[in-house]
Write a protein that binds this ligand. Structure first.
Ligand code: AKG
Ligand code: FE2
Length: 372
């Protein structure tokens, strides 16, 4: 994919921060193992330049009220074929036009959502020495805590720390998860796996396929949990919590707290994804866009930084790229026709992820590489 204006400016900004200075600043930050939270705890009043994003990100776009972000009530799914059909249609519409939607009455009790956010918050807010034990960039680990998984390859670092745990298909041993949030992460990941299966049935029906089609393709098999902590930022207009990207999985189930800041690009405008107590955000990843032959859209989103207080979110990625899944994924044959000809070649989830990883921040979307 060609470099956009945004990416070109970002490259220029990164280059202006002469290479070796930037590398040593990145390394010094990484070596603290205390993440962005460590900077804030140390009383920093300015955003260090490794975190400065170029201005054309227009981080603080004026609030836009033209669109209402879709919310879908899943309760009706079990209330007979007619009501189920309506939910299927709503999911289809949102997946085609937004690539994103909120779900309510999804089966995960609100108290467990709160407990999950609390457990993740406690992990990041525990004393630095205990937290440091988990700090690593070794991808063979079952749990990794660090700041900016792409710290050394991105053009500007994000104002965010993350803990990743690979929960399925091979659950971690208990001592491979931090004790402070272990029980709730295990419980929550089981709940998300169940919700994921329900969503896969609905996605299958929304594509005119048998209910089990996507489950039988192993789309619900692998789950990676990304727990994000966005410390309050002294100059939120200088950086981003999460830069613009699309998700590189089949789909994501995202739990966010009440702070806000998640935005989705809709009709070329940044639209807020409003924090809604009890709701979960669902978004289509690039791999689902690929197997639906571009019917469902994987849409760019970002998180703006804020000065109001730490923000916690938990993004559950359905993917198998780390789990030796030899299966080839391409557009589903049953939906292809003369009017809907094949758009992509077949790939494994690992091949797809590796391509994205190698290209790093220079590709907003890795899909175009696999286009026919
Ligand atoms: O923190 C959020 O709300 C979004 C995180 C996200 O987009 C991601 O992990 O891919
Ligand atoms: Fe994302």
């Amino acid at each position: 994919m060609a470099s956009s204006g945004h990416e070109t400016t970002a490259v220029a900004v990164a280059m202006a921060q002469s290479g070796s200075d930037r590398s040593s600043e990145l390394k010094a930050f990484d070596d603290t193992k205390a993440g962005v939270k460590g900077l804030v705890d140390a009383g920093i009043t300015k955003v260090p330049r490794i975190f400065i994003h170029p201005n054309d990100d227009c981080r603080l776009a004026p609030p836009n009220t033209r669109f209402t972000f879709p919310t879908i009530d899943l309760e009706a799914i079990a209330e007979g074929p007619k009501r189920r059909k309506k939910v299927v249609e709503e999911v289809r519409d949102a997946s085609e036009s937004w690539g994103f939607f909120n779900v309510i009455n999804h089966g995960v009790p609100e108290s467990d959502l709160r407990e999950t956010l609390r457990g993740v918050g406690k992990f990041f807010e525990q004393d630095v020495e205990s937290k440091k034990a988990w700090y690593t960039r070794d991808n063979s680990k079952r749990t990794l805590y660090n700041s900016n998984f792409d710290l050394y390859s991105s053009l500007a670092a994000n104002w965010r720390d993350t803990m990743i745990a690979f929960m399925a298909p091979h659950p971690p041993k208990p001592d491979e998860l931090p004790e402070i949030c272990r029980d709730i992460l295990i419980k929550y990941s089981d709940q998300v796996m169940a919700l994921g299966r329900m969503l896969l049935e609905v996605f299958s029906e929304a594509m005119g396929l048998e209910q089990n089609h996507l489950i039988d393709m192993d789309l619900g098999k692998g789950l990676a949990i990304l727990c994000h902590y966005y410390p309050p930022c002294p100059q939120p207009e200088q950086t981003l919590g999460t830069g613009k990207h699309t998700d590189k999985d089949f789909f994501t189930v995202l739990l966010q707290d009440q702070i806000g800041g998640l935005q989705v690009l809709h009709q070329n405008l940044w639209v807020d994804v409003p924090p809604t107590p009890g709701a979960l955000v669902i978004n289509i990843g690039e791999l689902l866009q690929l197997i639906t032959n571009d019917k469902f859209k994987s849409v760019e989103h970002r998180v703006v930084a804020n000065s109001r207080g730490p923000r916690v979110s938990v993004a559950c990625f359905f993917t198998t790229h780390y789990a030796e899944n030899p299966r080839l994924y391409g557009p589903i044959k049953e939906i292809l026709s003369e009017d809907n000809p094949l758009n992509y070649r077949e790939i494994t989830t690992l091949e797809y992820f590796q391509y994205y990883h190698e290209k790093g921040p220079y590709v907003a979307s890795a899909l175009s590489h696999f286009k026919l």
